[in-house]
Write a protein that binds this ligand. Structure first.
Ligand SMILES: [Zn+2]
Ligand SMILES: [Zn+2]
Length: 132
């Protein structure tokens, strides 16, 4: 299963790789929680420590902003707590504050239709990668 992606532009030299999910080194949530924005980190720790939190899922996802066409790799965390409630990290674009959703790798082909973050031409190509 692919767990990363390289995005390249055919028009300029933009190239960026995104490692998503985990390889064989699967870290504990406590090892990566510090990579969350401070407010989200505090929310997660509060739920885990004070509200019967249990970890459901955490991984890096690729987020694409449809407004400013920038790519971001962000840590997604999902917790269950208070018998039945669910916490999920919800992000806004760090550049323009547009609320955005993680992109599933199966849907990665939409990337090829986005304007390049650097030159703004629609010349992006993506390749799935495998790493561990
Ligand atoms: Zn470009
Ligand atoms: Zn944006």
């Amino acid at each position: 299963m692919a767990n990363g992606m390289i995005v390249k532009c055919r028009s300029c030299r933009y190239e960026k790789s995104f490692h998503l999910g985990w390889g064989t080194l699967y870290p504990a949530l406590s090892d990566v929680v510090g990579n969350l924005p401070l407010r989200k980190k505090n929310e997660v720790l509060d739920i885990l420590n004070n509200r019967n939190g249990e970890t459901r899922s955490y991984h890096y996802d690729l987020y694409i902003c449809p407004r400013c066409s920038t790519f971001h790799r962000l840590l997604y965390v999902e917790l269950g707590y208070d018998s039945g409630r669910v916490y999920k990290t919800v992000y806004e674009c760090p550049e323009c504050e547009y609320p955005f959703e993680p992109l599933a790798l199966e849907d990665a082909s939409v990337i090829d239709g986005f304007p390049c973050p650097r030159c703004k031409k629609r010349a992006l190509r993506h390749h799935l990668i495998y790493w561990d």
